[in-house]
Design a protein around this ligand. Structure first.
Ligand code: NAP
Ligand code: GDD
Length: 323
């Protein structure tokens, strides 16, 4: 039985990846942070009565906790999905963002090098590493990266650490540069879930308006369960490498908002207000990815933009009071 550690197992991707690996017969070990309130809603259904699923308290910024789990499990695969993943918040907590998303990755790589060098390592890289206005799109593995946020910078540092451990120590240290991917499990402060939840609540008479920031930015939005299949595929290759994972289609935030409102028969302009507090000091105006390299391995996105919007709104209509 193969053993995998997932950092960030309580997050959107971590929960889908845990399900995928369990369905493939893995023993899955998930790292969770201790919080003052429960944060395990996305994996509660896995914790109860599942002999192949184990959880540990740990934090990427706490090196002893990470090396302790690695030396105990000696996993075949380590998926590093844990991160302070909110771009706007990273401007407010830049030091912590770098500590968890960059130094945290160093902590994992060093622990693997010393304690479990046979382990394959996957780093969750991000399209937010791109971002220079005017760069010709779509972006691929060779597009220059000049990040526009502390989050993007932290992910670029981690991307290069992964490369250094791959090239310098010969470790299987691989990475996917994932463009935005969404699902009903998306955190409520990201724009898609904020919109789908608000549209559902407005439709049900539980909310009367939706306040947003920049509606002109464009994002390449995919479906998270499909994107974790790409993560798994990247890890199963013979050699570590770099892969862009994207749909190749881009839409403005405004289009997402209009699609969601019109799906429930409402006009967005009656409910949406703009407040600068949701805007960022620096913005990435356009994200559009070219996934042809991973598509050669057999991965292809299936869910279309309007299907993603509708699936999220449908879920929130059925669960309006869920966080
Ligand atoms: P998410 O829902 O925000 O989940 C992030 C996870 O990381 C949570 O489990 C969180 O724990 C954990 N975490 C945060 N700080 C940590 C720390 N210091 N030590 C250990 N764990 C920590 O993010 P996601 O959407 O699933 O994304 C997964 C990964 O892919 C992240 O690294 C993200 O940056 C990256 N990524 C995401 C996208 C996307 O569009 N979703 C695109 C590109 C890259 P708590 O539950 O305790 O907060
Ligand atoms: N969050 C948020 N809230 N974003 C808003 C809002 C709002 O009220 N109004 C407009 N936006 C715009 C943001 O300015 C940004 O241009 C876009 O909506 C998407 O914002 P997010 O959903 O927060 O995602 P992101 O693109 O910044 O980052 C996500 O994708 C990255 C990959 O490109 C995150 O999942 C990152 O972790 C990930 O790496």
């Amino acid at each position: 039985m193969k053993k995998a550690i997932i950092s960030g197992v309580t997050g959107q991707d971590g929960s889908y990846l845990a399900e995928l690996l369990l369905s493939k017969g893995y023993e899955v070990h998930g790292i969770m942070r201790r919080l003052s309130s429960f944060a395990s809603a996305r994996i509660d259904h896995l914790i109860v009565g599942n002999p192949n699923f184990h959880t540990y308290h740990g934090d990427l910024t706490d090196s002893p906790s990470i090396s302790g789990i690695i030396s105990e499990v000696k996993p075949d695969e380590f998926y590093n999905l844990g991160a302070m993943s909110h771009v706007k918040v990273s401007f407010e907590v830049p030091q912590y963002t770098l500590e968890s998303n960059a130094v945290g990755v160093l902590n994992v790589l060093e622990a693997l090098r010393k304690l479990s060098p046979h382990t394959k390592f996957y780093q969750a890289s991000s399209s937010e590493m791109f971002g220079v206005p005017g760069t010709p799109a779509p972006y691929n593995e060779n597009t220059p990266m000049i990040p526009q946020s502390p989050y993007g910078l932290s992910k670029l540092a981690a991307f290069h650490l992964t490369r250094q451990y791959r090239d310098g120590y010969g470790m299987f240290a691989t990475t996917g540069i994932l463009f935005n991917h969404e699902s009903p499990r998306r955190g409520g402060t990201f724009v898609t879930k904020k919109v789908s939840k608000a549209v559902a609540k407005i439709k049900l008479g539980l909310q009367d308006s939706l306040v947003l920031g920049n509606l002109d930015a464009k994002r390449d939005w995919g479906w998270a369960p499909e994107f974790v299949e790409a993560i798994y595929l990247i890890m199963q290759q013979e050699k570590p490498d770099i892969y862009v994972v994207a749909t190749g289609e881009t839409h403005t935030i405004r289009e997402f908002v209009e699609e969601a409102f019109s799906y429930v028969g409402l006009e967005s302009k009656k409910f949406v207000r703009i407040d600068d507090k949701y805007k960022r000091p620096n913005e990435v105006p356009l994200l559009l990815g070219d996934a042809s390299k991973i598509e050669k391995l057999g991965w292809k996105p299936k869910m279309k933009f309007h299907e993603i919007v509708r699936a999220m709104v449908d879920y929130d209509l059925a669960h309006p009071n869920e966080n």
